[in-house]
Design a binder for this molecule. Structure first.
Ligand SMILES: [Zn+2]
Length: 268
């Protein structure tokens, strides 16, 4: 009985690590083999083995393997970086090469305009296997999708490169009185998970920061200027507030989740 319980616990850990990082489950199994081969016994030997293999997997092996699946890590620039480095550590920063080219041109465009906006990316896609979803985003499974943070400013109106939650998700720039309230409409239509990202904040931070209309508009304008872009999702009230007219900026539908905490970009 005890043996079965152990197997079930290992299986659960394997599944959770795989869902969170894609390679974590396999690394977990490898760490058992590795530990079995090392005769010395010391405290936290299993954890040490896991961390070493995981680091090698994340920074050495996986980037090479990803090439077989036409994926690569998002290239960083002065004005393009992860909102949270955990995205990189969890292998959630892979895209197709054409997405990297697109991001490079958006970065250059912002620089040319002397914009203070920094593109801060959230979840993109996993490195391996087409069709493998990056939960909780079911559509992030083909290397062509990337989420970006909204732009925020401090009380002095200066653009700052910080988020309003630890995860970068779930703190909404909700509709003001008189604006379209898509969340209410979706909830009323029975889509109770429409605002589920509120459970994914991992804690809200930087309460003093405000949504930067100017910065987010600059970012949205730069993002939609390229032919490679298929769709950009932003909540209807923000599209209206920022007076964005581009036909690539769409409403994602009530079956998805609200997009007033982040921007979703997908390429053709
Ligand atoms: Zn997305």
């Amino acid at each position: 009985m005890k043996k079965y319980r152990k197997i079930i616990i290992h299986a659960i850990v394997f599944v959770i690590l795989t869902l969170l990082t894609q390679i974590g489950g396999v690394v977990y199994l490898m760490s058992f083999v590795f530990c079995g081969r090392i005769k010395y016994s010391f405290p936290l030997k299993g954890l040490a083995a896991f961390l070493i293999i995981y680091a090698l997997g994340t920074f050495v092996t996986t980037p090479m393997l990803a090439k077989l699946f036409n994926r690569e890590r998002i290239t960083h620039y002065d004005n393009l970086r992860p909102a949270n480095y955990m995205t990189v550590l969890m292998n959630r920063n892979y895209v197709r090469p054409e997405v990297n080219s697109y991001l490079k041109s958006v970065s250059e465009q912002l620089k040319e305009q002397d914009s203070k906006v920094c593109m801060r990316y959230l979840d993109a896609c996993f490195p391996l296997i087409d069709g493998f979803p990056l939960l909780p985003h079911l559509s992030h499974n083909d290397g062509k999708k990337i989420d970006l943070s909204l732009v925020y400013e401090n009380t002095g109106g200066k653009i700052v490169n910080s988020s309003k939650s630890v995860s970068g998700y779930g703190v909404f720039e909700g509709p003001r009185i008189g604006e379209v309230n898509q969340n209410r409409a979706c909830q009323t239509a029975g889509f109770s998970l429409y605002d589920a990202p509120k459970y994914l904040t991992l804690g809200s931070i930087n309460d003093d920061l405000q949504f930067s209309e100017n910065g987010t508009r600059q970012l949205m304008d730069a993002l939609t200027q390229h032919d490679a872009v298929d769709k950009v999702f932003l909540e209807p009230h923000l599209k209206e507030r920022l007076r964005l007219k581009h036909n690539k900026i769409r409403f994602q539908g009530c079956h998805s989740v609200r997009h007033d905490d982040h921007i979703h970009v997908q390429l053709r």
